[in-house]
Design a protein around this ligand. Structure first.
Ligand code: HEM
Length: 708
């Protein structure tokens, strides 16, 4: 029976694809998405490498101990404490707490530590150890030629040991059935589950010397059947034709013949009936085993491949008014082959939800495959205006047949939030210090006006401890604003990570109820790019031309300019030149001049100090231009006083003449007549921007101030 998604995919009407193709699940679904990737990307582009130790299925790091057999057995032992009536235990990774073999008698052998250790490499804030144990069981069956077990995500890890519950080979049939009933299994299902488990691996002399006496096999293990590295029904066919070597059927320890006791408890009816339907029976019963979880846990739906799945989406602030939207589209090629695709594009909406444009995503980055699925990744990297930005997109796939398929994520579009954005280019990860810690500095861009704190939460992976399980420490940190631009404010926070934990550590950013989550440290540079602080122009009220403009951002940046004003209004916040992509950030402070003589015709004279903030970049490191136009704006960049200006100032050079008066820098006037001299003098002290362009900027800025 086809799934809803498959039916829709195959809805070719008269050779035309229907326009909307629905995924079974709506993206994003964080926990589902992570396990989906780990499960489906097993080779080629985007390979998550979860299956590495299962290829081939015979792989055994310790002679006689197959990885596949261990993975399957550990999942059963973790689940076996389940009490479905009480809703406790089940597949919850409590096995990590249950390796004291004096209490948990059956948890012996290297498989437990090996399995937990391997899957812990993939442990994260989105992939619990219990989900990973379930995936390991799925993978072991699949890698050894068995069926695909319907796998769900969402298991939650226990924080303590459960109750011992693994059946013992010496248990009589009533006890075995009682234990299976506690796990929610009928006697028939109990038989099926054991028959599906005891096809991989075998019994080891080291752990069970009475069942497989030492020296009776070359590797110290007696396999369950002749094909111990193939998930197949031969364990049953050999049992039924009495050729089995299964030591739990024919071993010398008669009391420990639990498989024999179980299989013939119904006159071999169950095992006989499943010989021809081994794969399908095992798929169902193993899924039941993996889905046996504490009652408090809600699992997702069964994992299937998204027809279209975004990957590595990033919005990077490249300049004051441009964002770079980058990432990839993972396209499922099982149903629509790569060769039938001619192009992909993202048709996106702006941040108000209005149609905004299309982004080409036709560059094939590579092909990836899983056990049953194949994908092609298509990359994109496009500039979009920061002001209008993006809120969602759909993926339009043009086929060589001439038709187009639209993937719209169940009608919702693929959402893209732009409230808070992790900025990899401006973040950094230092080399390890003497203590082995690496310092990460994360930069977040946040839309101005976003309410509430801006927070970074580090999900630090603590290595496996005494309980054989890794843990996550959630470390919340308030981020500090470092500078502003027109459409984004930039925030920073730093934290240290042990070098060994850098791989798995993820961080989440949050502000105003929005999140940019599950961000990794891999790929961050030791030296971050300079922040693009400053805003963009909204309206220019005047401009002036500097005769030359050689700019170099130096370490300090204090520039003072004196003029006369009685207003307390902070006049200007930002100034930029047209040769610079960045706006310089002006801070203004007002000091009252003490050296002035107040005339009866003049209000109090005051001096303003205008300084370019030294905390943020003003211009590119070096930009040289001549006849550089300098402009400033009102509105977003500050308010320009419209009253309270004393007198008039005449400007010099190519700055537009403004009807203002001036005093010499540091000078004073006691005249009751209009102030003289008539030429404004602006001095630059320090070096935010050096060169004559400075004079142009300030002269122009003041010209407007006093003109209005
Ligand atoms: C009545 C229930 C069961 C009993 C008494 C039982 C007993 C055993 C014993 C004694 C071993 C040998 C362990 C060793 O020496 O390393 C073993 C191995 C194994 N069991 Fe079971 N088992 C039971 C149910 C299951 C179930 C339900 C599964 C999975 C669905 C399973 C999967 C395995 C696997 C894969 C191995 C091989 C492990 C390896 O080669 O490392 N068992 N079992």
């Amino acid at each position: 029976m086809l799934s809803r998604r498959e039916r829709l995919l195959l809805s070719l009407i008269g050779g035309q694809w229907i326009s909307n193709v629905y995924a079974a699940i709506t993206w994003p679904s964080p926990v589902y998405d992570e396990l989906e990737d780990l499960m489906l990307l097993t080779s080629g582009y985007g390979n998550r490498n979860f299956m590495a130790p299962l290829v081939p299925c015979t792989f055994a790091p310790n002679p006689g101990h197959s990885v596949a057999g261990g993975f399957l057995r550990v999942a059963f032992h973790d689940m076996a404490g389940a009490n479905v009536a009480e809703g406790t235990d089940g597949l919850d990774a409590s096995i990590g707490f249950e390796l004291d073999s004096s209490i948990f008698l059956e948890n012996t052998g290297p498989a437990f530590n090996n399995t937990l250790s391997f899957v812990s490499r993939f442990y994260s804030s989105r992939a619990s150890m219990s989900d990973l144990l379930a995936l390991a069981a799925y993978a072991s069956v699949r890698a050894c030629g068995g069926p695909a077990i319907p796998l769900k995500a969402g298991r939650i890890d226990a924080t303590q040991a459960g109750t011992p519950g693994v059946p013992d080979p010496k248990d009589d049939i009533d006890k075995l059935n009682t234990e299976f009933a506690r796990m929610g299994l009928t006697p028939e299902e109990g038989i099926q589950l054991v028959a599906c488990g005891h096809t991989l691996g075998g019994v080891h002399s080291a752990e069970h010397p009475t069942i497989v006496p030492a020296g009776t096999t070359s590797l110290g293990v007696q396999d369950f059947d002749a094909t111990n590295s193939t998930f197949d029904n031969s364990t049953l066919t050999m049992y039924l034709d009495s050729t089995t070597l299964n030591p739990l059927v024919v071993g010398p320890d008669v009391d420990s013949r639990s498989d024999l006791r179980l299989f013939n408890s119904d006159g071999n009816k169950t095992v006989s009936s499943m010989v021809d339907s081994y794969d399908s029976t095992c798929s169902v019963i193993l899924a039941k085993m993996l889905d046996t979880v504490p009652a408090s846990v809600t699992l997702t739906e069964v994992i299937t491949a998204y027809p279209v799945k975004p990957a590595n989406l990033a919005l990077t602030i490249s300049s004051a008014d441009q964002l770079v939207f980058s990432g990839a589209i993972r396209f499922w090629t099982n149903k629509v082959s790569k060769s039938s695709v001619s192009s992909l594009q993202l048709v996106y909406k702006d941040r108000t939800g209005a149609p905004a444009g299309a982004i080409d995503a036709s560059v094939a980055l590579g092909d990836g495959t899983g056990f049953d699925d194949s994908f092609t990744f298509y990359g994109f990297n496009a500039s979009i205006p920061t002001k209008t930005s993006i809120s969602s997109f759909v993926v339009e796939v043009s086929l060589t047949s001439g038709s187009t398929v639209t993937y719209d994520n169940n009608g919702k579009g693929f959402p893209v939030q732009d409230t808070i954005l992790s900025q990899n280019a401006y973040s950094s990860l230092a080399a390890a210090d003497a203590s082995g810690s690496q310092q990460a500095t994360i930069i977040a861009a946040v839309r101005p006006g976003t309410e509430g704190e801006v927070n970074l939460t580090v999900n630090l992976i603590n290595a496996m401890g005494v309980n054989n399980l890794p843990t996550i420490s959630k470390i919340p940190t308030a981020m500090t604003k470092v500078c502003e631009s027109l459409y984004y404010d930039f925030y920073s926070a730093s934290f240290g990570v042990p070098a060994a934990a850098v791989n798995g550590t993820k961080y989440d950013l949050s502000a105003g109820g929005e999140y940019d989550s599950f961000k990794g440290l891999i790929g961050l540079q030791a030296q971050a790019a300079r922040l693009p602080c400053g805003g963009g122009s909204s309206s220019t009220t005047s401009s002036a031309t500097a005769s030359s403009n050689s700019r170099t951002k130096l370490a300090t940046s204090t520039i003072t300019a004196s003029y006369i004003s009685t207003t307390n209004t902070i006049p200007i916040k930002h100034v930029k030149s047209t040769s610079s992509p960045f706006w310089s950030n002006f801070t203004t402070t007002k000091t009252t001049r003490v050296d002035q003589v107040k005339s009866t015709s003049s209000p109090i004279w005051s001096e303003w100090t205008i300084s370019a903030s030294s905390s943020e970049p003003v211009c590119p490191e070096t930009t040289t231009s001549t006849n550089d136009s300098v402009s400033w704006v009102s509105g977003d960049h500050g308010s320009i006083p419209t009253s309270g200006v004393h007198g008039s100032i005449s400007t010099s050079g190519s700055v537009p003449v403004a009807a203002v008066s001036s005093i010499p820098a540091g000078g004073s006037s006691s005249s009751s007549s209009p102030v003289s001299p008539a030429v404004a003098t602006f001095t630059g002290t320090g070096n935010a921007l050096t060169g004559s362009g400075i004079v142009g900027i300030f002269a122009a800025a003041l010209g407007v101030l006093l003109l209005l």
